[in-house]
Design a protein around this ligand. Structure first.
Ligand SMILES: Cc1cc2nc3c(=O)[nH]c(=O)nc-3n(C[C@H](O)[C@H](O)[C@H](O)COP(=O)(O)OP(=O)(O)OC[C@H]3O[C@@H](n4cnc5c(N)ncnc54)[C@H](O)[C@@H]3O)c2cc1C
Length: 474
């Protein structure tokens, strides 16, 4: 017998017989708090999240997912869905509820001739890149190889290739989805198009995706990429230069800004390690010589304290930031979309960058535009097509005693940078306490998202996410 939280917050006792029946129908294993493997399996990337599901269903295939959804429905259980467990908000762990764990469903199959990839939801970006690059192919994803493809895709997904080929969802051809009713549907532009529209940016609100099919592009295998590092004393001039540089950059070139303490990178003088710096991180998706030309003025700007730019295997560059994003730290992020970087915004960013609350914290500015902004804002649920930049502050620390101070700093930073921001927000960068921001984050697309939710999940079974509440519960 096990006590599991229901959708309404009470507890229900699942009799041993019902539990045994569930277990025997599941290809994968089930875990409860008593099992030795439970502690390790319930861990997720953000150590701030300490939720304990009462039951974990480790799914092996789509049948296991259908079985788990039907079991949850029969007992009205609170459920969460986990891909690779990277989401900052920690919604993938239902406290006291049933965790439907997809992390073991991580197969990636490449069709090199058709240039497509069939990917299971437990795969990481690294899994996808490695398999696709075997054939010199790739699809746009994010910048940290241990991030899960499922959560990233469902929220939108962007990284070094997005200015060339759009968001991850713009390369999604179809997906298999287990609905709240326990049906397995294949969805695409022509099959259940409303559902397909909703899962491209609407998160895990409408069902559980058991398989994604992506379009692939010829990429690399070597591309011009790297870092240019400036002292923080030059930060205002560097950001002013950057905004002009970014505005005229070709789609092939993507340059992000990172403001933080210099990591101990081998190409930096030891005296620079730990000092406040502004980093330009860049990738040119095309011919190396064309890339050299495109980045020449950025390399010539000012007096960098270090530089490491050159031809690099794409898969290596996709892992370049992994050492900064290791699991197990405490994280609290805040994000805004920007149409431009005004003088006022630059001054605020620079002031806060000099006052980061911990040695691991950093301010990230992702360059968007290019193909991401050529797609209509209502073509998919992801609305932020007008963002030229996505700002994300990665507030990161280790000691729980620093929680209040670091969270307060991030909130203050968020408020200070708000005046320069535009409407909309990237739901994948939102924390657990931002549920009140979801409607505004989706803006004009929210109403249609509610209609899709009403159709596919009127009881809000899939509620542990940046939730789109169905009409009946509003
Ligand atoms: C270090 C780091 C770097 C990042 N960099 C980028 C970046 O460069 N670009 C970018 O776009 N994003 C980036 N992100 C954000 C990332 O896209 C989200 O954290 C994403 O949710 C991670 O997906 P996951 O599957 O690992 O998450 P999980 O925590 O496993 O899942 C997140 C949520 O997604 C839903 N979900 C997951 N799988 C499914 C499924 N199969 N079916 C239905 N719902 C599901 C659930 O609601 C779940 O709560 C980064 C995050 C981190 C922590």
């Amino acid at each position: 017998m096990v006590a599991i939280k229901t959708r309404k917050g009470s507890e229900t006792l699942i009799e041993q017989g019902a539990l045994d029946e569930f277990r025997s129908g599941l290809g994968g294993e089930t875990l409860t708090l008593e099992d030795a493997a439970y502690g390790e399996v319930r861990e997720i990337w953000n150590a701030m999240i300490d939720s304990r599901p009462a039951l974990i269903a480790r799914c092996r295939d789509a049948d296991d997912v259908v079985h788990s959804v039907k079991f949850a429905r029969a007992h009205d259980l609170l459920i969460s869905v986990r891909g690779a467990g990277h989401n900052i908000a920690g919604n993938s762990l239902a406290d006291g509820g049933l965790l439907i764990d997809l992390s073991q469903m991580a197969a990636v199959e490449i069709n090199a001739e058709a240039k497509t990839a069939r990917v299971e939801p437990g795969a990481t970006l690294g899994d996808v890149d490695a398999a696709a690059q075997t054939f010199g192919l790739a699809t746009p994803t994010g910048i940290n190889s241990t991030t899960g493809i499922a959560g990233l895709t469902l929220g939108g997904g962007f990284g070094w290739l997005s200015r060339s080929y759009g968001l991850t969802i713009d390369n999604l051809l179809s997906a298999d989805v287990v609905t709240a009713g326990g049906d397995l549907l294949t969805t695409s532009e022509s099959n259940h198009p409303d559902l397909f529209w909703g899962i491209r940016g609407g998160g895990g609100n409408f069902g559980i995706v058991t398989s994604f099919e992506y379009r692939l592009h010829e990429v690399g295998p070597e591309l011009l990429s790297g870092l240019i590092v400036h002292d923080a004393g030059d930060a205002v001039a560097a950001l002013e230069f950057y905004r002009e540089f970014a505005a005229q950059a070709p789609d092939e070139l993507t340059t992000w800004v990172v403001m933080r303490k210099a990591p101990p990178l081998p190409f930096l003088d030891e005296a620079v390690h730990g000092t406040d710096v502004v980093l330009f991180a860049l990738l040119y998706n095309g011919d190396i010589a064309d890339g050299e030309e495109a980045v020449a003025s950025l390399r010539a700007f000012g007096s960098p304290v270090g530089e490491h730019v050159g031809p690099t295997p794409y898969v290596d560059w996709q892992q370049a930031f992994d050492p900064l994003f290791t699991p197990g730290a405490r994280n609290y992020w805040k994000s805004h979309n920007f149409g431009e970087l005004s003088d006022q915004t630059i001054n605020i960013l620079v002031a806060y960058a000099q006052d980061l609350p911990s040695g691991f914290s950093e301010i990230f500015i992702a360059q968007m535009g290019g193909e991401t902004s050529r797609i209509a804002a209502d073509a998919t649920a992801y609305v932020g097509r007008d963002a030229a930049f996505v700002l994300n502050v990665h507030t990161r620390w280790e000691d729980p005693a620093d929680d209040d101070r670091c969270v307060a700093w991030a909130r203050e930073f968020f408020d200070a940078t708000l005046p320069g921001a535009i409407d909309g927000a990237y739901v994948n960068f939102m924390t657990a306490d931002e549920s009140g921001r979801v409607e505004a984050a989706y803006g004009a697309n929210h109403e249609r998202l509610v209609a899709v939710k009403d159709h596919y999940d009127p009881d809000n079974m899939f509620r542990l996410n940046q939730n789109i509440a169905p009409s009946g519960t509003r």
